[in-house]
Ligand binder design. Sequence first.
Ligand SMILES: Cc1cc2nc3c(=O)[nH]c(=O)nc-3n(C[C@H](O)[C@H](O)[C@H](O)COP(=O)(O)O)c2cc1C
Length: 381
Amino acid sequence: MESQLALIEQSFNYRYSVWVREALDELPDNFTITDPSISGHPIVFASRGFLKMSGYSKEEVIGKNGRAFQGPGTSRRSITEIQEAIQEERTIQTILLNYRKDGTPIWMLFHMSPVFSKEDGRVIHFVAVQVPMSRKPRRSGSGPGRDGVCEDGCRSRDIVFGSCRREVCSDSVLELEHVLAFESLFDSDNRDDEEPREASDQEKRRAAAAVNNILSLLTHYSELTGKLVCEKRCNLSGIGLLGASLIISLGRIKQSFVLTDPHLPEMPIAYASDAFLKLTGYARHEVLGCQCMFLSGVDTDPSTLLQVKESIQTEKACTVRILNYRKDRSSFWNLLHISPVRNASGKVSLCALTSIEFMCEEGTESIALRQELKIPVFYNK
Ligand SMILES: Cc1cc2nc3c(=O)[nH]c(=O)nc-3n(C[C@H](O)[C@H](O)[C@H](O)COP(=O)(O)O)c2cc1C
């Protein structure tokens, strides 16, 4: 958890100058910023407005995925729309039902946009503004809300215990609060809170303007560090070829590994897992774009290095024992497995280098090789 928080800090501090948090905190809107390159695609910044609206503290929100605010009545359709927008790295506006910490529901207009690195065109953050929506006038008769029907058209009372989101259920205390508050809606004749509604033009404009403001601010504070961000993809180098959704999926793999582009000179690193950063002591931005042999040093055996290069160039898997160096220059024995990653047409598009640190006593490495190397299977679309 500690290293996750360090990655979250780095995600912001590397890209923007120190005053960015203060400047963002002065904005009146409810918004969050996430980093898709960190495992779990966590929130790395939450505005004061968002914390006030949701009832959670900053500590409770930072590091969580946005889905933590969903609950039994949240529409599957809206969630899928958001998933697709993340996958396609584009802006989306959708209506969403979320739940505050005390379990009460809140309808919002959700507006999300990607933030690109000017240098290589990668998506480095997503920004989302949550505009609370005004109450809809009470309808008489048996409208959807009065019947306890949720955003998707299913009966909400039925789904409370049946199909609330698995991730939300994992926090049992929080979920219990959601369920109790949800149940009370039926008891207190307060069902209008659960009615689907349409966003007004004013709400749509407010959401878009807020996102634009945040993006201009991020652009400005990135100019001060020279690590420029932009609202539209303005460059697409080899490193930017891994889409945000592939990066989010890779983030779920717990092993220490990097992916390199075997088609470029120096075979630069296009992705580094959190475990790799923990093992080597480097920050992600220090690793991306580096040539894949950058962990070698004075005592690294040149013939092993050659073996690794040949394995990548000839697109053949191999496993070696290699002496590597961390950022603090301390050395470690790395059980390195090199494997080509093929795309759907069978062509090698990336190369995966999986690392395991191990104690090396002469003669024991073959046992270690067989027993310790649990190699993740990579599939690249
Ligand atoms: C910047 C950002 C902020 C988000 N904020 C919220 C939020 O406040 N409430 C919510 O229900 N989902 C939010 N999401 C969406 C979820 O994090 C997640 O992407 C969505 O539920 C679809 O993916 P899943 O099926 O993996 O949960 C946010 C996503 C991003 C990128």
